[in-house]
Design a protein around this ligand. Sequence first.
Ligand SMILES: [Ca+2]
Length: 262
Amino acid sequence: MDSTLKETDSSRPYAASMDTTTLKDGVHEITVKAYDAAGKLQASRTEQVLVINNPLVTIMAPVAGETVSGTVVAMASVLKDIPYRWLMFKVDGVYQGEDNLIRHEPPLGLCIDTTKLSDGPHVIEAQQGIAPTAAEAAPDSLFSDKVSFKVDNTRPAVSFIHKARFESPWPGRKISGTVPVEAGVANMKAVSKVEFYVDATLNETDRSSPYSASIDTTKLTEGAHELTVKAYDAAGKMAASQTVKVTVVAPVPPHGTGTPAK
Ligand SMILES: [Ca+2]
């Protein structure tokens, strides 16, 4: 197994058992070598096997039982170093779109417009395969768990606006410097204010549409932070967004500029 001798058998039938729980999930190579009495070696063709002991595709968002509205980011954790580079998302068994490991690092995600779904319960799942469309037919695709969530596009709601993939505040994104964020409010008459939070701290308040803020990450510790946005109507009734987890990292210095010693 991967050039490590696992077992030797000197009598027919020649067999061995592999404890895959001691292996990392992913692709491994199995080879069999036979020796005759004179010690002459005959090696088999190398076979690739995929070891899966942990669920490889796990839906991270929406979380089970969550009520969502507007555009939501569906996220799934995937295994990275396997030939299955494409991840497609389905809601109620209907294809929604896909993401891939060719251009993106895991976790993979997709913006889903829930206004195209009926209000009420739905089920989301993901499937990791070798190609975006062939994945559907591939018998050895990796299937995620199925997660139930609810759509409610009549309640007052606020969410971050994603204009492009990985634009802040895309979940799991690494951010640095000053990061602009924008929020959209739905089904709320007379929005009085929109508050942008970093962790539990109010970062900025915007009282006029479009609702935006900028987050100065240099004032934050490096590492994990949570972004939330809250909208209030004239009567003080509040709607809160999904929490978006991001990671603050040190800004990359512009190319060619060193950091002068002081
Ligand atoms: Ca504004």
